[in-house]
Design a binder for this molecule. Structure first.
Ligand SMILES: NC(=O)c1ccc[n+]([C@@H]2O[C@H](COP(=O)([O-])OP(=O)(O)OC[C@H]3O[C@@H](n4cnc5c(N)ncnc54)[C@H](OP(=O)(O)O)[C@@H]3O)[C@@H](O)[C@H]2O)c1
Length: 305
C-alpha cells in the first residue's frame, strides 16, 4: 500500500507514519514546516494550496492519503476564523475531491469538539453535532465537505490527543506540562468539571490504519474507552510516575479566561469501532502503561508510539 500522510510531523501524523511503516507500507509525507528528523521522504505542502496537493498526488500516485493536518489551536481559531475555515473546512473538501478524481482512498481526522457537551455523552456516531466555537464549526464543515465529495473516505473523530511523537519518542500534549510540574514537586490544578475520552496518538494512528486496512469507510469515533476528567487523568499520571497525587489539585473550567468556549462532556462512544475491529479499545491506564518510559522527565518512550 502506497500511503501519503499529510501533516506527517504532527502529533498524530508522525504516529500514522510509524504505524504505516510498521505494516510494511510504502510511506511518504508532507509537512508545512521542516522536521528535524523523519524516517520517510517528505514534500512541502500547505493544504490551502489545492494545485500543489493535486500535483503531489499525480507525482506519487498513492493508494491512500491520510490527512492529519489541522489548525488545532482552539483559541487561535476564534481570533483567525478565516484561516481556521481554510485549513479545517475548505482544504479537506478539496483534498477529498482530488483523491476521488484519482481513485485514491482518503482518511480524514476530526474532533469531539463538534459536540456541545451539554448532554448526550457518551456520543455515538449518530449523535447530532452542535459545535460551540470556531474550531468545532470548521472541523464539522470539513467532515461534511469530505462526505459530500465522492471520495472513498474514512473519517475518525479523536478526543484530547496526547502521547509520544512518532519520530522522536518525546512526550507531547497535556501530560508534558503535568509531568514536569509534578516532577518539580509543584502543584497542578486540573479541571474536575470537564469529561473527555483521551486518544493516545500512537494507539489512534494504529487504529485508523487497522480500520483503513479492513476496508472500513464512513465515520468512526476513535478514542480510548475511559471517560474521565483532566483531574482524574492527572491522578493517573501521578500514580504512574510514583509521585504524590496530592499535588494534583481541583480546578474548574471557569477559573481560566479563554477566547473560545469548551464543551463540558464530549466523551465518545467507541463501540462502533470496537465492533468493526473485534477488540476493545484500551483504558487510559493501559495507554499510559504503553508510554510509561516517556513519563520520566527528560525521557522518551522505547516504542515511539
Ligand atoms: N490535539 C487534540 O487534542 C485533538 C483532539 C481531537 C482531534 N484532533 C484532531 O487530530 C488531528 C491531528 O492533530 P494533532 O493533535 O496531531 O495536532 P498537531 O500536532 O498540531 O498536527 C497538526 C498538523 O497540521 C499541520 N498544519 C497546520 N496548518 C497547516 C496547513 N495550512 N498546511 C499544512 N499543514 C498544516 C501542522 O504543521 P505545522 O506545525 O507546520 O503548522 C501540524 O503538523 C487534527 O485533525 C485535529 O483536529 C486533535
Amino acid at each position: 500500500m502506497r500511503t501519503l500522510v499529510l501533516g506527517a510531523n504532527g502529533r498524530l501524523g508522525s504516529n500514522v507514519v510509524t504505524a504505516a511503516l510498521d505494516r510494511g507500507w510504502e510511506v511518504r509525507g508532507t509537512v508545512r514546516s521542516e522536521p528535524d528528523t523523519a524516517p520517510v521522504p517528505l514534500d512541502r505542502l500547505d493544504v490551502r494550496d489545492g494545485d500543489r496537493a493535486a500535483a503531489l498526488l499525480d507525482d506519487h500516485a498513492p493508494d491512500a492519503v491520510v490527512n492529519c493536518t489541522a489548525m488545532v489551536d482552539v483559541d487561535g481559531c476564534e481570533t483567525e476564523p478565516e484561516r481556521a475555515h481554510a485549513v479545517n473546512a475548505e482544504a479537506p473538501g478539496v483534498l477529498a475531491s482530488a483523491c476521488a478524481d484519482r481513485e485514491i482512498s482518503f482518511v480524514h481526522v476530526s474532533t469531539d469538539y463538534v459536540f456541545d457537551g451539554r448532554d448526550g455523552a457518551p456520543y455515538d456516531e449518530s449523535a447530532e453535532p452542535n459545535p460551540l466555537q470556531v474550531y468545532g464549526e470548521s472541523k464539522l464543515a470539513g467532515e461534511r465537505a469530505v462526505r459530500e465529495s465522492d471520495a472513498d473516505a474514512l473519517v475518525g473523530r479523536l478526543s484530547f490527543v496526547y502521547g509520544t511523537h512518532g519520530f522522536t519518542g518525546e512526550l507531547t500534549g497535556f501530560p508534558v506540562w503535568v509531568r514536569d510540574r509534578l516532577a518539580a514537586g509543584e502543584s497542578v490544578p486540573l479541571f474536575t468539571d470537564q469529561h473527555v475520552t483521551p486518544s493516545r496518538a500512537g494507539q489512534a494512528a494504529s487504529t485508523l490504519m487497522d480500520l483503513a486496512d479492513a476496508g472500513e469507510r464512513g465515520l468512526f469515533h476513535v478514542a480510548g474507552r475511559s471517560c474521565l476528567t483532566p483531574y482524574e487523568f492527572g491522578h493517573l499520571l501521578a500514580e504512574r510516575m510514583g509521585v504524590d497525587p496530592g499535588l494534583v489539585e481541583e480546578g474548574a473550567m471557569d477559573d481560566i479566561d479563554r477566547e473560545a468556549p469548551r464543551p463540558r462532556d464530549t466523551c465518545l462512544d467507541v463501540s462502533r469501532l470496537e465492533s468493526a475491529l473485534g477488540r476493545p479499545q484500551p483504558t487510559t491506564e493501559e495507554d499510559l502503561a504503553a508510554i510509561g518510559d516517556a513519563l520520566e522527565p527528560g525521557e522518551t518512550a522505547d516504542d515511539g508510539s
